[in-house]
Design a protein around this ligand. Structure first.
Ligand SMILES: [Zn+2]
Ligand SMILES: [Zn+2]
Length: 251
């Protein structure tokens, strides 16, 4: 069997990407929208004009710095949030298997052209449907678009996050109205939690105070009465763990 060379692999990835990107452009016409923005916390890339919007899930491939002419893979970048680099490690694994050093070194001198090559490779390995490359100051951010979300799917993702005055965008959590970040009131949880834990779509962080626990026990369950007493409110995940820390003194 002929061994795969890096050069021929890159070439085939670039060819595939050109075709994919053409298809992507024709299908979604993203350039016709007035605005675009991405949200690392939610892993969403959004284009809109007024109320009319289109959403995609994306993964960050890496960034190219036009000041230092260096490439940094997203898996090597601690500023890149986990939500947008869940899969990019596959490119590194592939590089290890194939002995392609450029896929396994995290950070090195490079060029914009090469950055596109890496993005083409990532698109192939992650089964992307297209790419996007916003620029932020001196950084070119290379993204693989994983899939298109309809408005309901996008809304479901957005709903899982809240904007907190102290912590910006975070995952949502629910607590009773008595829990706060100043005074100990006890802390009971629906299930054992740790910060940044994986949560399935049906699970939310939920906690309530000692008094709510008493009412709940008296009622035997979360009834209309205990719910009315608790008046569950929405907080961000970080606030939730600050409350837990305050009350339980450990994380
Ligand atoms: Zn309470
Ligand atoms: Zn918060």
């Amino acid at each position: 069997m002929q061994q795969l060379t890096y050069a021929s692999f890159v070439e085939s990835c670039i060819e595939e990407l050109k075709a994919l990107q053409e298809e992507f452009k024709n299908k979604y016409n993203v350039n016709s929208y007035e605005n675009w923005f991405y949200n690392q916390v939610k892993g969403l890339l959004t284009f809109n004009t007024g109320q009319n919007e289109i959403n995609f899930r994306y993964e960050e491939v890496g960034t190219f710095s036009t000041t230092s002419n260096t490439w940094k893979w997203a898996w090597d970048n601690e500023n890149t949030l986990p939500e947008v680099k869940e899969n990019i490690g596959r490119v590194k694994d592939f590089g290890t298997e194939s002995n392609f050093n450029k896929l396994t070194n995290g950070y090195f001198e490079s060029s914009e052209e090469e950055a596109w090559e890496f993005t083409a490779i990532a698109t192939k390995l992650l089964n992307g449907i297209g790419v996007y490359r916003p620029v932020s100051d001196h950084l070119m951010i290379f993204m693989v678009i994983l899939d298109h979300l309809d408005n309901q799917e996008a809304q479901d993702i957005k709903d899982r996050y809240v904007e907190c005055a102290d912590h910006e965008y975070r995952r949502r959590a629910f607590v009773c109205k008595h829990l706060n970040r100043q005074h100990k009131v006890g802390f009971e949880e629906a299930f054992e939690t740790v910060e940044n834990m994986e949560l399935s779509d049906d699970d939310d962080l939920q906690a309530w105070c000692a008094e709510c626990e008493l009412v709940r026990e008296r009622e035997g369950e979360w009834s209309d009465n205990s719910m009315a007493f608790a008046e569950i409110k929405l907080v961000c995940e970080l606030c939730y763990f600050e409350m837990k820390e305050l009350n339980l003194g450990h994380r």
